[in-house]
Ligand binder design. Structure first.
Ligand code: PMP
Length: 338
């Protein structure tokens, strides 16, 4: 008997019409434009410009202990990013309503610790580019769980690849906009994945899954889905927004809360690869990745390794202190929603 025939309950093996709406295995329940739908039925219109053109914005948000971590900051960024795309989201969905949608999804799926993907699309329009022919934005909210990297990677630090592909310049498509067009990041991430495949890497802690991206001036920007920090002589540095980065909510939390709580100085400044490679510690931050140390940086040209640089033997002491503080806060009864 084939896997498909023996396991008709999986979302991948069954057409939507073949499943009942109350099928408890067809989860999570997902908010799609005003309806709470089982996973297999949660779909968008193929004329939605989010699908046709990557025209929209999104947020990735953590839920800790039933609270929406930094909810207000995520909502503020979502609406600010929509505005930058000339999408007046407020006119269609209030901020309060957007928060209510998230809470409904958490509740409907019994999520205590998990991850919310909130997606706002330009909406259904014509086959042409004109966004003004899309009368209503689309809203999708998924509350689920996420595991980006294996525990071994958090303990030992990860290896990352210096991407050959530069970051899209601010004047082309501002990386500060968390838009549905992530191809620059995805293609850069593919460099790491393809290099790992070529090198035959299989050990979980050695996998190549993240990159460091430079801007067209050669300054360090961020990873494909994470912000970057370096530590030198006890001081923490992170590229400023003008380097062409997403202004991460986790990055802000590190700067505004964790560093002061741990008595560590943090400074925004541009830096290049020689400075990064001379750092005592390097770490990445993101809602999905949380905080993770970088132990090694691999350089390549056309998927041929040209240099390998060790940053630290494992997770460095300051990164470990910050990460412990981070865990203490997100597992406490006072998870900040501000
Ligand atoms: N940079 C990029 C390109 C991202 O996609 C993300 C989010 N995954 C981040 C940084 C981190 O941002 P945040 O801490 O808000 O998740």
């Amino acid at each position: 008997m084939s896997a498909m025939a023996s396991n008709p309950g999986t979302a991948t093996s069954t057409t939507p019409s073949a499943r009942r709406a109350d099928d408890a295995s067809d989860r999570p329940l997902i908010w799609v434009n005003g309806q709470m739908l089982p996973k297999s039925q949660a779909a968008v219109n193929v004329y939605d410009h989010g699908l046709l053109y990557g025209d929209g914005v999104f947020e990735g948000i953590r839920v800790y202990n039933g609270k929406i971590f930094k909810c207000k900051q995520h909502i503020d960024r979502l609406y600010a990013c929509a505005n930058k795309l000339y999408l007046d989201l407020e006119k269609h969905v209030s901020r309060d309503e957007m928060v209510r949608i998230q809470r409904k999804c958490i509740e409907a799926n019994g999520i205590k610790d998990g991850y919310i993907r909130l997606v706002v699309t330009r909406g259904v329009g014509t086959l042409g580019l004109n966004p003004y022919l899309c009368p209503e934005p689309g809203v999708v909210c998924i509350a689920d769980t996420i595991t980006l990297y294996k525990p071994e990677m958090y303990e030992k630090g990860m290896r990352v690849v210096l991407a050959e592909r530069p970051k899209t310049p601010i004047e082309c498509l501002d990386p500060r906009i968390k838009s549905l067009n992530y191809l620059n990041n995805i293609m850069a991430k593919c460099e790491a994945i393809h290099l790992g495949q070529k090198l035959g890497i299989t050990k979980p802690e050695d996998l190549l899954l993240e990159v460091i991206m430079l801007n067209t001036k050669g300054q360090v920007t961020e990873g494909s889905g994470d912000n970057i920090f370096i530590i030198k002589d006890g001081v923490i540095y992170t590229p400023p927004s003008e380097a062409g980065i997403l202004e991460g909510i986790t990055r802000r939390f590190v700067m505004d809360t964790l560093c002061p709580a741990c008595g560590v100085k943090v400074v925004e400044k541009h830096f290049d690869m020689p400075e990064l490679l001379a750092a005592d510690e390097v770490f990445l931050t993101g809602s999905a990745a949380e905080m993770i140390a970088v132990r090694e940086v691999i350089e390549h040209k056309n998927l041929e390794v040209t240099a390998t640089h060790t940053i630290s033997a494992g997770e460095g002491p300051i990164t470990n202190t910050l990460r412990s503080k981070f865990r203490a806060i997100v597992t406490s009864d006072n998870v900040p929603e501000d």
